[in-house]
Design a protein around this ligand. Sequence first.
Ligand code: ATP
Ligand code: ATP
Ligand code: MG
Ligand code: MG
Lengths: 274, 274
Amino acid sequence: KAKVVSLLNMKGGVGKTTCAVNLATYLARDHGKRVLLVDFDSQTNASLSLMPETAWEKWADKHGTMADVLEARGKKRQGEPAALADCIIHNVLPEVPGLDLIPSHLALTFIDLDLAARPGRERIVSRKLAKVIGNYDVILCDCPPNLMTATQNALYASDAYLIPMQPDYLSTLGLNLLQDRLTYLKRELEFKITCLGVVFTRVRGWLRYHAETMERLRTAKDFKRIHFFETVIPENIKLAEAPMEAKPIELHDSTASGAEAYRALTKEFVARLG
Amino acid sequence: KAKVVSLLNMKGGVGKTTCAVNLATYLARDHGKRVLLVDFDSQTNASLSLMPETAWEKWADKHGTMADVLEARGKKRQGEPAALADCIIHNVLPEVPGLDLIPSHLALTFIDLDLAARPGRERIVSRKLAKVIGNYDVILCDCPPNLMTATQNALYASDAYLIPMQPDYLSTLGLNLLQDRLTYLKRELEFKITCLGVVFTRVRGWLRYHAETMERLRTAKDFKRIHFFETVIPENIKLAEAPMEAKPIELHDSTASGAEAYRALTKEFVARLG
Ligand SMILES: Nc1ncnc2c1ncn2[C@@H]1O[C@H](COP(=O)(O)OP(=O)(O)OP(=O)(O)O)[C@@H](O)[C@H]1O
Ligand SMILES: Nc1ncnc2c1ncn2[C@@H]1O[C@H](COP(=O)(O)OP(=O)(O)OP(=O)(O)O)[C@@H](O)[C@H]1O
Ligand SMILES: [Mg+2]
Ligand SMILES: [Mg+2]
């Protein structure tokens, strides 16, 4: 039965998607895991980091996406929403067997109010995932930058979460806010979830401000109980280029500093998952 | 009667808040405008870029915030929510007279479902702003990275919007998605809004990838009708440091490349606003 892990941060642009896509790739490639990546963000960033837009459009036209799984109203397909199993793209990257994807869809943009009256709106994915969870070792959930219904579905289905974070003030403000809101959700939705820790991303280690911010957080009283990964992901333009080729960093440039960092992060991640 | 402008992008971390805070400052300081900055993001990034956390806590304790304006349920204050006028912090920066702020509040995190049943939930701010709109020349709305109820309130109240954007693939994917969703909102909520244009942010001009991405967008058929600002905001660590001091870049380091860029952007912005 798979371990389910969410990439979580209300703060935008901190590398949730980049972490999800590259962790998923190295888990399958270097660690032989059967991996399912689930794209919970209506902006389809994770999906389009692994498949060209034309391929995504073709798939969404004929098959299901997260819009079907979450029963979004905006989706144009007729009839019953597709079953979760029919939304899975198996081996989305031919070069990386063992990595499957459930792609997202623009129709998730207003999902919160689509589902406002639906009983159990936060547990839809958890229930539907039960059918396939035995087929995987790790399921990664790429969350949008908020704690709304899509993210709540990811968290409710998750055993653990990982927090990517840029080492600057506005990005780190969110850590306290996040812990506070997560405590509220765990209580109200009555679920357990473990924090795997914080991974610093887009790090420019030569900048004193970045070095000081990481040091300040690692030693802060407030965050004593939080695990900070040893591996930090450097700012590396190759990581921003790769999605344009619909490739993870390993296939775009396996020698890039970003590739080395994600390879190392994945080792640490596997050890933390236990 | 003020011109109301929203900083808009569903993509996270592209510089909406940094633009809002620094445009607001230069409009007041260099152009003598009476400016109101309204923080629509439950993460309070804009608010905490202009006032220390302790000052914000004191204010939120005794006075109103966007949680009162948007009638959030989570807020702990008893009795009637505060009137909008009582939520305004006048001259939030002593060094920059003419810049007022309506601060945000964590209680906005679940505002969409708080307001799900409230008639006219998208027009609350527009109605309440009417009382004070004559006191300002420009009202800037800092939006969260989504198009949900808080952002819809900002857009419904706005004459125009500005799109900050990082020049990389995942950030630019959002431009088409944004235009599509905005068309839908304009039709369903029956309001008009002008696009002031796109401003490239966090630009590292020496990177070929950034230069190519900006060129590709400026010349793309899809975006022929979109105005791209001449000024681009460079990646400048000073811009990330400034919020830690609760200062706009002008007060943190007026000689920084980020300061020069925002000063220039503000000139262009004033010209575009007409
Ligand atoms: N280490 C890095 N070096 C260079 N660019 C990066 C790095 N990590 C992420 N990026 C780029 O920065 C942008 C933001 O990253 P990403 O989309 O992964 O963040 P996110 O947290 O998923 O954002 P959102 O909140 O919008 O979902 C993307 O364009 C991505 O390609
Ligand atoms: N030009 C720049 N140079 C360096 N750092 C920047 C620049 N612009 C923004 N930043 C920093 O990058 C991070 C993201 O910027 P910002 O918070 O303004 O984006 P945003 O679009 O408002 O994010 P969100 O989607 O979370 O609201 C912040 O920590 C900010 O201080
Ligand atoms: Mg993302
Ligand atoms: Mg912001």
